[in-house]
Ligand binder design. Structure first.
Ligand SMILES: N[C@@H](CCC(=O)N[C@@H](CS)C(=O)NCC(=O)O)C(=O)O
Length: 219
């Protein structure tokens, strides 16, 4: 198996995380976003939208991080990251959808206001838009606060988002929360006790410690 992506990309993380949880080795083929390699014709032949990640499994090509994480969970032996119970499974899907609709975009706004974006702006060979202003940051924080309040309430009654076991819901949230912490947004987690307890547990999983690298220096 090959994963085309970067070790610090939030969209590549779920793929690497499922592989780590399953203890399955795959080759990470580095595609530098900062150098624009994701926009080259040879990469677009694998991913027509010019983004990472892409999975190649014995000639089978798949892109879109959430599709890949679900595929790998079914495809590989080892720990099951999707609950068998239909209701727990549906709740997992609900929390993945919440991440996609209400968490990842405002986190990216926060990233654009923090130190990671300084690294990106220094690295790319073109002018990037300025960081969001104070109103933009406040709007992102407010959207995140709403989602985090809902998660905090749920986590007051159970250990994980979909119930009592770690699932793909956590896999989909981890990268964005890690980037939020790296972008002056960690208080949004720590000020919510159940969310904070859950974050402390999932962010210290050995698999995440191996794959959850955020961008810390220019390529
Ligand atoms: N919907 C895609 C989004 C992937 C995505 O946003 N990838 C980022 C890296 S984290 C990327 O390739 N960005 C390059 C760009 O947009 O120029 C997925 O989940 O796979």
């Amino acid at each position: 198996m090959k994963v085309y992506g970067t070790a610090t990309s939030a969209a590549t993380h779920p793929v690497l995380m499922v592989l780590a949880e399953k203890e399955h080795e795959a080759e990470l083929v580095h595609v530098s976003i900062l150098k624009g390699e994701d926009k080259l014709p040879e990469h677009r032949r694998l991913q027509p939208f010019g983004e990472v990640p892409v999975l190649e499994d014995d000639g089978f090509l798949l892109y879109e991080s959430r599709a890949i994480m679900r595929y790998l969970d079914r495809r590989l032996p080892g720990i099951q990251l999707s609950p068998a119970d239909p209701q727990a499974w549906a709740l997992m899907e609900q929390w993945i959808s919440i991440e996609q609709c209400y968490v990842s975009s405002p986190v990216w706004e926060m990233v654009r206001s923090g130190p990671v974006y300084d690294i990106i702006r220094r690295s790319v060979g073109m002018e990037l838009p300025p960081p969001p202003d104070a109103a933009g940051v406040a709007a992102a924080r407010s959207t995140l606060a709403t989602a985090f309040d809902v998660a905090d309430t749920t986590l007051g009654g159970q250990q994980y988002l979909a119930g009592d076991t770690f699932s793909l819901a956590e896999v989909s949230w981890l990268p964005y929360l890690q980037y939020l912490v790296a972008s002056n947004g960690g208080d949004l987690i720590t000020e919510r006790p159940n969310l904070a307890r859950w974050w402390a547990a999932i962010s210290t999983r050995p698999s995440w410690a191996r794959v959850g690298h955020v961008l810390e220096e220019a390529e």
